[in-house]
Design a protein around this ligand. Structure first.
Ligand SMILES: NC(=O)C1=CN([C@@H]2O[C@H](COP(=O)(O)OP(=O)(O)OC[C@H]3O[C@@H](n4cnc5c(N)ncnc54)[C@H](OP(=O)(O)O)[C@@H]3O)[C@@H](O)[C@H]2O)C=CC1
Ligand SMILES: C[C@H]1O[C@H](OP(=O)(O)OP(=O)(O)OC[C@H]2O[C@@H](n3cnc4c(=O)[nH]c(N)nc43)[C@H](O)[C@@H]2O)[C@@H](O)[C@@H](O)C1=O
Length: 316
């Protein structure tokens, strides 16, 4: 990447896209092109073709997607498959037609088989059945990896794929039903404290384990790999450490300062029992995370409080 390259961050208002933007600004990049989903619907082939022909970006970060937690993935199965395939097909194909120098595709740890051995190595891709709650999303993400590899093999495009673990951070989605677990718990514990409630209920049994990476660490890794990684296949991005959902709830409870008890709603799905990333490929490339979970939850909670109380930006 050169300092005067024209950089298109698809999804620049989202949690990941905004973190990548902050990181690139910090590194001295300033030639950006952005479109919100209202200005450019990335599912629309003609709109995307016209945008690439007009703007001719040099570098693309593909961080736009239909994103959500376990219940959103399971409820809006059609949109998670259709929107994500459309968005990534349009961006990757138009990048090829318009001579984009390098593209990064963001997948997810849910591409791995539900019962794959732990930790999850990159070569476990397509070795077994997927977790059913997010199968449509995972199928779209797997197609994205294969699309980058196919354009590299046939046309020599330098398109790389990274697989982030579960993320959290600034600009997260705090929707009560559709969000991921960490923002959901931050909000629920905060509201319970505010309302002086005796208990907070979390979904599932509490026994599944998840790994969490702060979005600014992810952005740092994305920038690093954009400069140093030029191969087919995929690279996991995570911390290599996980925690049970019950223990995570205790951490959020402590950070928020809630004093009641925790209950479990076992009518809600647990999803994959465990999704611990093998990060040896990432570490061998020379990158490691810096923000540990407790610190990250504290930063995310401050951001939530500020957005909710000061700017009224949290969705209801
Ligand atoms: N959050 C997580 O835990 C994880 C996320 N990822 C991946 O990281 C990437 C970013 O996720 P994250 O930042 O969390 O998601 P967000 O929901 O925060 O942001 C997604 C962005 O995508 C844009 N977008 C969605 N649909 C369209 C559309 N039809 N046309 C144009 N833009 C659209 C939105 O734009 P606008 O704001 O303008 O509406 C939004 O800014 C995704 O690829 C996701 O799969 C991977 C692993 C975990
Ligand atoms: C990033 C990843 O995110 C999704 O997969 P997931 O890891 O299952 O994500 P999740 O954050 O929604 O849940 C994690 C765990 O936490 C439990 N849990 C408890 N209480 C709440 C709760 O209140 N909300 C949510 N969402 N989960 C809760 C929940 O039951 C589950 O056991 C994919 O669909 C896919 O999008 C993907 O790639």
């Amino acid at each position: 990447m050169d300092k005067n390259d024209k950089i298109y961050i698809a999804g620049h208002r989202g949690m990941v896209g905004s973190a990548i933007h902050r990181k690139l600004q910090k590194e001295g990049y300033s030639n950006f092109v952005f479109r919100t989903s209202n200005e450019l619907d990335l599912r629309d082939q003609q709109q995307v073709a016209a945008f690439f022909a007009e703007e001719k970006p040099d570098i693309v970060f593909l961080a736009a997607a239909k994103v959500g937690g376990i219940v959103a993935n399971n409820t809006y199965r059609a949109e998670f498959l259709y929107d994500n395939l459309q968005i990534q097909n349009n961006i990757i194909h138009q990048s090829y037609l318009n001579g984009v120098k390098k593209l990064m595709f963001l997948g997810s740890s849910c591409i791995y088989p539900k019962l794959a051995p732990q930790p999850l190595k990159e070569d476990y891709l397509l070795t077994g059945p997927l977790e059913i709650t997010n199968e449509p999303y995972a199928i779209a993400k797997i197609a994205g990896i294969k699309m980058c590899d196919a354009y590299r093999a046939q046309y020599g495009c330098n398109y790389i794929s990274v697989m982030p673990t579960n993320l959290y951070g600034y600009n997260d989605n705090y929707h009560p039903e559709n969000s991921h677990v960490l923002p959901a718990l931050i909000r629920r514990f905060h509201e319970a404290k505010e309302q002086d409630l005796p208990s907070v209920t979390i979904w599932g049994t509490g026994s599944p384990k998840r790994e969490f990476l702060f979005a600014d660490d992810l952005a740092d890794a994305c920038y690093y790999l954009m400069q140093n990684f030029n191969e087919e296949g995929l690279v996991n991005i995570g911390t290599g450490e996980d925690i049970s959902i019950a223990d995570l709830a205790q951490l959020v409870k402590k950070t928020v300062g809630f004093e009641g008890i925790i209950k479990f709603d076992t009518t809600k799905p647990d999803g994959t029992p465990r999704k611990l990333m093998d990060v040896s490929k990432l570490h061998s490339q020379g990158w490691k995370h810096t923000i540990e979970l407790e610190e990250g939850i504290s930063l995310a909670y401050q951001d939530f409080v500020e957005k909710q109380l000061v700017r009224g930006e949290i969705q209801t």
